[in-house]
Ligand binder design. Structure first.
Ligand SMILES: CCC(=O)SCCNC(=O)CCNC(=O)[C@H](O)C(C)(C)COP(=O)(O)OP(=O)(O)OC[C@H]1O[C@@H](n2cnc3c(N)ncnc32)[C@H](O)[C@@H]1OP(=O)(O)O
Length: 525
């Protein structure tokens, strides 16, 4: 019996039975054997993934019965329902979320014309409803048999990703080998999650790489989760298995607004707003050269010590994450003194710049914790474009209109001080701990430059150098120099840091700031 036979005539039990048969066929997909093969690869099916992502029973599928109309290469004899992508919406913690999930069992999850049209529709629905879009990616890129139609399909996705950027959160979850367009679209979204071992992203797969360059690489060596989490910076989050990964996607969604016209959800906490953070006295050593773990400082400051670190394993000299202060979501940017002394370099600038832009787009106030010796010197950095990349971070902060509060914990030198949300680039409130040093450079370096002649002419150059360093420190390297000039708003007791942050952000909640009218800026790329 054909589909048409099932649905013509007056509604009878036969019709409903026919519909149920078609639904069952569409939901089963290509069958048990294909499902077993998917599981044998260590992967869940698209429907199993959607069930883990969304609140139970909330998924409403769209275009389940769509099939391709392509021909050639035997396609006309293989026209499965869904065309290899499951699309629809549901809820996460009761809030609407749109989703599409590749079904790798059908044409390797590759994208043809019908498959693309389904994704276009769901993206348009998400944008018009003002709700986040989550893609569960497990697809081989453009469907080779559909040629340019498949390529055009990807063009439509990229255009929609870009149009939706900064309007609704877009989250890409990589759960299988994702090639070509299946890797490009995620790069245009706000966050990329990957599962170790089973997920890969590459523009061209190992076979093409081998044919063109001769290099023999496994899929994971070319574009596995570890590569993208540590080296390329493409992946923001990596998890061991799909269950944990999808649970963390739900956590991220709980920290984001549904769209750029809303604020992130508030989750009141029992952690007192005026809790003293006295452990910071011991966590942060007085000696500016002593390393410590900035993660511990963040955990001490935020509600219940809970936060979600973004790009945890890439550019570890800077830490970015989302947390709550008195129930309100904040984005935190902080130097990490235990990695490269917390210096700013190319990767750190790119990482923090993108994070600041994301926070600004989604109405997330930014807290910056500074302990920075400066920019990393060296030919590698200069030739790699540190000027251009550092400018991305500067541009992101200068452009951000959300509430911005910065605190200098220990030291902040030179251009890195300016870039990391100094008052002069628009921080709303800036504070400093009593022990800190804000200056053009460290005292030793400064003395060597400005007292070079005196040191060289002295009978005991080392003693003279020590004397000059001491003089420079006592004249300039204390927070009161900046406070007297109004360049920090106050010098604060570290134990009061949480309370002051919460008071400041509460005051800034009604902040309104506009940028000059323009089509868009021309940010450094
Ligand atoms: C926007 C421009 C673009 O997207 S260009 C990118 C075009 N895509 C590619 O070059 C990727 C080609 N495919 C691959 O490299 C591999 O299939 C990858 C994705 C690495 C997966 O490998 P593996 O896990 O071993 O699976 P497999 O090769 O057995 O494939 C499973 C079934 O899917 C099919 N498949 C794969 N790729 C495509 C494709 N692009 N178009 C159409 N079908 C594709 C395979 O033929 C295979 O099918 P079957 O199960 O044997 O019927």
């Amino acid at each position: 019996m054909s589909v048409t036979d099932e649905v013509t005539g007056e509604l009878t039990g036969e019709h409903l039975a026919g519909l149920a048969r078609i639904r069952a066929q569409a939901e089963a997909g290509p069958g048990e054997q294909a499902t077993r093969a998917q599981h044998a690869r260590g992967k869940l099916t698209a429907r199993e993934r959607i069930a883990l992502l969304l609140d139970p029973g909330s998924f409403q599928e769209v275009e389940q019965l769509r099939r391709h109309r392509a021909s050639g290469f035997g396609l006309e004899r293989k026209r499965p329902y869904t065309d290899g992508v499951i699309t629809g919406w549901g809820t996460v913690d009761g809030r609407t979320v749109f989703v599409y999930a590749h079904d790798f069992r059908i044409f390797g999850g590759s994208l043809g014309e019908a498959h693309a049209a389904k994704i276009h529709k769901i993206m348009d629905m998400a944008l018009s409803a003002g709700a986040p879009l989550v893609s569960l990616n497990d697809g081989a890129g453009a469907r080779i048999q559909e040629g340019v139609s498949a390529l055009a399909g990807y063009g439509g996705i990229f255009r929609r990703n870009t149009r939706a950027s900064g309007v609704i959160p877009q989250i890409s979850v990589m759960l299988g080998p994702c090639a070509g367009g299946a890797a490009y679209s995620p790069a245009l979204t706000d966050f990329v999650f990957m599962v170790r071992e089973t997920a890969q992203m590459f523009i061209t797969g190992p076979d093409v790489v081998s044919a063109v360059t001769g290099a023999q690489l496994t899929q994971n060596a070319l574009g596995g989760a570890d590569v993208h989490a540590t080296t390329s910076g493409v992946a923001h989050f990596v998890y061991e298995d799909e269950e944990t990964c999808l649970a963390e996607v739900r956590y991220l969604l709980s920290l984001l607004p549904s769209n750029n016209r809303q604020n992130p959800p508030v989750h009141p906490s029992d952690d007192p707003a005026n809790r003293l953070t006295s452990t910071l006295y011991d966590l942060v050593p007085q000696d500016g050269n002593q390393p410590y773990d900035m993660h511990k400082v963040i955990e001490e400051l935020v509600d219940d010590g809970d936060w979600l670190e973004v790009h945890e394993r890439w550019a570890r000299n800077i830490v970015c994450g989302l947390a709550r202060l008195d129930g309100q979501v904040v984005g935190i940017v902080a130097n990490q003194p235990q990695t490269l002394a917390g210096v700013l370099d190319i990767s750190a600038s790119e990482k923090a710049g993108r994070f600041v832009t994301m926070c600004d787009a989604f109405n997330i106030p930014i807290v910056t914790l500074l302990d920075v010796p400066g920019f990393l010197p060296g030919a590698d950095q200069e030739h790699g474009g540190i000027i251009r990349h550092g400018a991305k971070l500067l541009y992101a902060y200068c452009n951000a209109t959300v509430p911005r509060v910065s605190i200098v914990l220990r030291k902040a030198y030179g251009g890195a001080y300016i870039v990391l949300d100094s008052q002069s680039i628009g921080a709303d409130l800036t504070f400093a701990w009593p022990t800190n040093e804000i200056a053009v450079m460290g005292a030793e370096g400064a003395a060597n430059v400005i007292f070079r002649r005196e040191i060289a002419a002295a009978d005991d150059p080392e003693a003279k150098r020590a004397e000059m360093v001491k003089e420079y420190k006592s004249e300039l390297m204390h927070p009161y120099y900046a406070a007297e000039r109004g360049l920090v708003d106050d010098v604060i007791d570290p134990a009061e840091t949480r309370e002051i942050l919460i008071r400041s952000l509460a005051m800034l909640r009604t902040k309104h700031a506009d940028l000059p009218s323009r089509k868009h800026g021309n940010p450094p790329q």
